[in-house]
Design a protein around this ligand. Structure first.
Ligand SMILES: Nc1nc2c(c(=O)[nH]1)N[C@@H](CN(C=O)c1ccc(C(=O)N[C@@H](CCC(=O)O)C(=O)O)cc1)CN2
Length: 283
């Protein structure tokens, strides 16, 4: 037996769930988890299905399902639940999120293989040693060298066949072309509770504003800075006595857990993009 995760979206209409379930049952499959959402505003239907099926039934299922998908105008994806996703990590100077993700991968918490790490600073700036053993690509960048640097990033993504790129506090704005190339497979951690405090230095501005809660936001990266579809957010209470340094310290914990949760949801095929938003079939 093998376990597969099917995700799909299509214009909403009657009978979708019944047809999808029938294709699984027709080919000896057993549904182990199912969730769906009908977006009344966009008229789009979203579904995530996990099912077990015999290897020998998979081909017939895929052929039959392709016909069903065509009739409903579906966008769909079928992923082997056991196959690790090829993940490339990017970092600048602050490595708390990088270290946290690498630790979770080493613990087997993340169904991912790290195929490389790209940093725009030398690896010596990193505090963690968890990156040892992985290919670290030091790709410095300035406003004048961004095109060449991004061409190198793209080469590494293609050479490593990376399926997911994680900006683990990578503090450079990606070009429109790079965002297009990585559309739907690049996740960022922003160190504020978006849409508040977009851009750089959010903690200083939060301190200046006197907020009582700070947060972090993980989202898919788009050309519009900090505007990508949000995957996961979290917050924590702060006080008048917290200095900007205190906020940065408390923020590190929130950033770590928010990025890890967002990456975990993506790796488990639980996040579907719905225009400028997401549908998250959480567990
Ligand atoms: N196209 C996008 N690129 C990136 C995004 C994004 O949403 N879309 N998120 C950022 C991360 N980030 C906030 O979360 C962020 C990073 C960097 C900057 C910024 O202004 N950087 C300056 C350079 C700063 C430096 O050299 O230290 C710049 O690039 O000119 C703002 C927000 C990752 N990329």
């Amino acid at each position: 037996m093998t376990s597969r995760i099917l995700t799909l979206s299509c214009p909403n209409t009657a009978g979708i769930v019944a047809e999808v379930a029938a294709r699984v049952a027709d080919n000896g499959g057993n549904i182990t988890e199912a969730a769906q959402f009908d977006d009344q505003f966009s008229g789009t239907f979203f579904m995530r299905l996990r099912f077990d099926i015999a290897e020998e039934g998979l081909g017939a299922f895929t052929t039959a399902f392709a016909e069903t998908a065509g009739r409903f105008g579906m966008e769909w994806r079928l992923k082997d639940a056991a196959r690790p996703t090829r993940m490339l990590l990017m970092v600048s100077k602050f490595d708390h999120c990088l270290g946290d993700l690498l630790y979770r991968v080493k613990l087997g918490e993340m169904n991912a293989d790290v195929v490389g790490i790209i940093g725009n600073h030398p690896e010596e700036v990193l505090h963690t040693s968890l990156h040892k053993g992985f290919d670290y690509h030091h790709l410095p960048v300035t406003k004048d060298t961004k095109a060449q640097q991004e061409a190198e990033v793209r080469r590494i993504v293609e050479e490593t066949d990376a399926e997911l790129v994680v900006l683990a506090r990578y503090m450079q704005v990606l070009s429109d072309e790079m965002c297009q190339f990585l559309a739907g497979r690049c996740i960022n951690i922003h160190h504020s509770f978006l849409p508040g405090f977009k851009g750089a230095r959010p903690y200083d501005r939060a301190h200046e504003r006197g907020v009582k809660m700070i947060g972090a936001t993980s989202h898919y990266v788009t050309a519009d800075l900090d505007e990508g579809p949000i995957i996961y957010q979290d917050v924590e209470a702060v006080s008048h006595a917290d200095t900007p340094a205190d906020l940065i310290g408390k923020g590190r914990d929130i950033e770590r857990r928010v990025l890890a949760r967002a990456v975990h949801l993506h790796l488990d095929q639980r996040v579907l993009v719905n225009g400028r938003k997401t549908v998250v079939f959480g567990k």
